[in-house]
Design a protein around this ligand. Structure first.
Ligand SMILES: Cc1cc2nc3c(=O)[nH]c(=O)nc-3n(C[C@H](O)[C@H](O)[C@H](O)COP(=O)(O)OP(=O)(O)OC[C@H]3O[C@@H](n4cnc5c(N)ncnc54)[C@H](O)[C@@H]3O)c2cc1C
Length: 377
């Protein structure tokens, strides 16, 4: 049985590598020549995710953070100190390190176009066509999900994506804290400063689809009077931030990573859950090849704890998006009053937010009505 994995990002490389390690025939199809190309990312990941990558820190880590500073629309700030809880990695190098471990067949500079009757149709960068036989296809092609419509019954609504723009600067930055700005300029999402070092940072913004993220970025920089330094480059992409998909598989076609909405809707972070989604899918395909269980069943089962966490992130996003600036300001004050930072410092986990959102802690009781309304608990 041959598996074709479309997309050499975090999710695709991991699925292809795991299946290949088990001895199965795999193709890794990637439209670019180098896995570094075409990736838009700030590279902020939790320690937990970093550990799951199994790559030495000297290879990819640019910075280790002390915590986060979150700003309300009026400039009110909550500072969360959680030393060494997160690192900033060089995303291009990360993908290059991951793909080094893959020993199967590579079909790079090929774009996957369609899949019919176990035939995957590809087009080379130079224009020639090619067809390969594949019994199983994994769509790991990122936010646009090349084969999503073959798997899902309905088209995903526009509000389930945000449009992001970010630029990299050489200047003077506080290397210890990632900064998050919540305001109406970043409508539907937020703006951020992710320091890679004292003199390099990625500064970006996400907005609802249909708004111009670059225009909003300029507005954000002007409003906050940010001193940026020299621009080294910029990039733009969409981030899937919708409801997680419980069963992103139909017979022999499966979605994974951004294609399957395995991103935290509250933050847009997708590296950790793409990896976990990939582990879940590789196990499911392996069991199907060995005729132990159907991949459709195993993948959905393996995904259920992941979906549980992703669902909470999605509810938090819905809640946040329901607030206007005045309500957001009030919520911020409420959070400050209950000294939320201490609570987050103790229980916070960038990946598993269920513990944090548990009402067991009486400090969160003032937020109970909101939590119930948005089914966060
Ligand atoms: C501005 C921005 C900042 C972000 N910052 C962070 C962050 O700090 N931390 C974090 O965890 N996440 C972050 N993310 C999200 C993260 O980048 C994604 O969740 C992650 O890259 C998903 O990995 P993936 O493997 O699913 O897809 P991708 O990494 O997008 O890989 C998909 C691959 O498929 C290839 N491809 C696409 N279509 C085809 C086709 N038809 N044929 C062949 N190849 C194809 C692409 O070239 C690409 O290489 C950010 C996203 C954005 C947009």
């Amino acid at each position: 049985m041959k598996t074709a994995v479309v997309g050499a990002g975090i999710a695709g490389i991991r699925v292809a590598t795991l299946l290949n390690e088990k001895g199965w025939k795999t193709y890794l199809v990637e439209e670019h020549k180098d896995v570094k190309e075409g990736k838009v990312c700030s590279g902020l990941i939790s320690r937990k995710t970093f550990g799951e990558l199994d790559i030495g820190p000297e290879k990819i880590v640019l910075n280790t953070l002390h915590g986060a500073r979150i700003y309300s629309p009026s400039g009110n700030m909550i500072e969360i100190n959680k030393k060494r809880a997160a690192v900033v990695v060089d995303r291009g190098k990360l993908d290059r390190e991951l793909v080094k471990k893959y020993r199967g067949e590579r079909l790079f500079e090929y774009k996957a176009l369609s899949y019919r009757n176990n035939n995957l149709f590809l087009r080379h960068k130079k224009g020639s066509g090619r067809m390969i036989k594949a019994d199983f296809v994994v769509d790991a092609s990122g936010p646009l999900g090349t084969f999503r419509e073959l798997v899902l019954p309905k088209k995903i609504p526009m509000e389930n994506f945000v449009h992001a723009y970010q630029a990299r600067y050489k200047g003077m930055f506080n290397k210890n804290y990632v900064e998050i700005y919540l305001n109406n300029i970043a409508k539907g999402f937020f703006a951020w400063v992710t320091p890679e070092s004292r003199d390099r940072a990625k500064i970006g913004i996400g907005v609802l689809l249909g708004l111009d993220p670059k225009e909003r970025f300029n507005q954000f920089v002007e409003t906050y009077n940010l001193s940026l330094g020299k621009k080294l480059g910029d990039e733009s992409a969409v981030i899937p931030v919708g409801e997680p998909i419980r069963k992103p598989i139909k017979r022999n076609i499966a979605l994974v990573g951004d294609s399957a909405f395995q991103t935290k809707a509250s933050s847009g972070g997708g590296i950790g859950f793409s990896l976990r989604g990939a582990n879940a899918l590789a196990d499911a395909i392996d069991k199907e090849i060995r005729k132990k269980a159907r991949a459709e069943v195993t993948y959905a089962k393996n995904l259920s704890p992941i979906v549980k966490q992703l669902e909470l992130h999605w509810k938090v996003r819905k809640f946040y998006n329901s607030l206007n600036e005045t309500q957001l300001e009030k919520l911020f004050q409420k959070l400050k009053n209950v000294r939320i930072e201490e609570f987050v410092e103790k229980y916070g986990d960038m990946e598993e937010i269920d513990r944090l959102l548990s009402i067991a802690n009486p400090r969160l009781l003032p937020l109970l009505p909101e939590f119930i309304k948005f089914k966060i608990i």
